[in-house]
Design a protein around this ligand. Sequence first.
Ligand code: FAD
Ligand code: DHB
Length: 393
Amino acid sequence: MRKRVGIIGAGPAGLLLSYLLSLEGIDSLVLESRSRAEVESTIRAGVLEQGTVDLLKKIGLGERMEREGAVHQGIELRFDGSGHRINFHELANGRGITLYAQHEVLKDLIAARLKQEEQPILFNVENVQIAEITSDQPHIHFQHEHEQKELECDFVAGCDGFHGVSRAVIPEQGHHIFSRSYPFGWLGILIQAPPSSKELIYSYHERGFALISTRSPTLQRMYIQCDPLDDIANWSDELILEELQARLESKDQWQLQVGPITQKGIVAMRSFVIEPMQHGRLFLAGDAAHIVPPTGAKGMNLAIADVRHLARAFARFYQQQQTDLLETYSTTCLRRVWRAEHFSWWMTSMLHRFPDDDAFQQRLQRAQLEYTVSSRAASTSLAENYVGLPFTW
Ligand code: FAD
Ligand code: DHB
């Protein structure tokens, strides 16, 4: 088997890359270890930056997102029982965010890709191994339907997420890893209930952080800060709702809308970057190269920004025989990646309770929150980062 680009992983990065490449007439094959059903049902992100939305619309993938997604023009920061709106529309030049689940984006991408050609994605592949990545003819060995297969290609795109195999082939020498883990995780739920708020609420509370988000008029997404090593079995539905209620307490007439909890799980949080995001003919994109804590909703958006650059770099290589954009791929992406690393760390640090925080640290968090909601300069900074900086970053 031979394709110009071998793509490992059918997440937002891998699928969008294969779609963008096909629009440029560049053939590729996506190798995914999970089944299509699993990929299309894993609950993860939900916030799309303005640039992500504009890109999906431009390439003809916006139809269902525009119909079923919800555009939000602001968020609320809540502390000491009071809500403070950050008005994106006003502060970020009319830009906003769209609430549309990651797995819905993936369904749209898979359907669009399958319309373009036969078998552009192989699901349920096993034992993916990258070989000869520093030569100009790398290979990917893998098993599919109990047969050993080999894909020859010009380039490999490692889009296989944080726990994938791509990053592991990169030697330590010549690469740097930057990493930070946080002493808390997020317990996330899906709940069948009407929205509790028109916009997302990020709440700072002495019991810990809480977040109200949404998926549809009848399905809501909510998160609470928890011990990252906690067992979800320790959290009954009643306990989760009690905790949400307490952490979102409000002096106004606000009510948490409740109903059956249909899904729950705990995720750990970390910041991670590998530099450079390339080794020989292997180019990493998305979570394979960098992770942010979820506060600020940057992960999927960064993955999309990476592959936008990568698709352009491959197009320039094949159409104009120029390697310049491939050579600058990592530096170009890392500028945006570090901006998002800082923003996500900053939002996380401002809004969570750290186990060893003293009263001084808590006063600093309050001072930061008060400044963020009352200074136009500070709220503008939050707004422009949240809706997403232009792709020139
Ligand atoms: P992934 O989505 O991880 O995809 C990688 C794919 O590669 C997977 O399908 C995997 O099965 C496959 N794979 C792995 N190993 C192999 C292998 N060896 N061989 C073949 N295939 C392999 N981001 C946002 O932008 N906004 C949000 O609101 C947001 N909220 C989040 C909330 C939570 C609770 C979590 C956990 C994450 C959130 N994120 C958010 C982050 C976002 O989900 C990720 O950044 C995004 O999925 C990264 O996309 P990716 O394509 O790089 O990797
Ligand atoms: C969602 C996830 C986030 O990480 C965030 O900051 C806001 C919303 C969500 O899943 O809806």
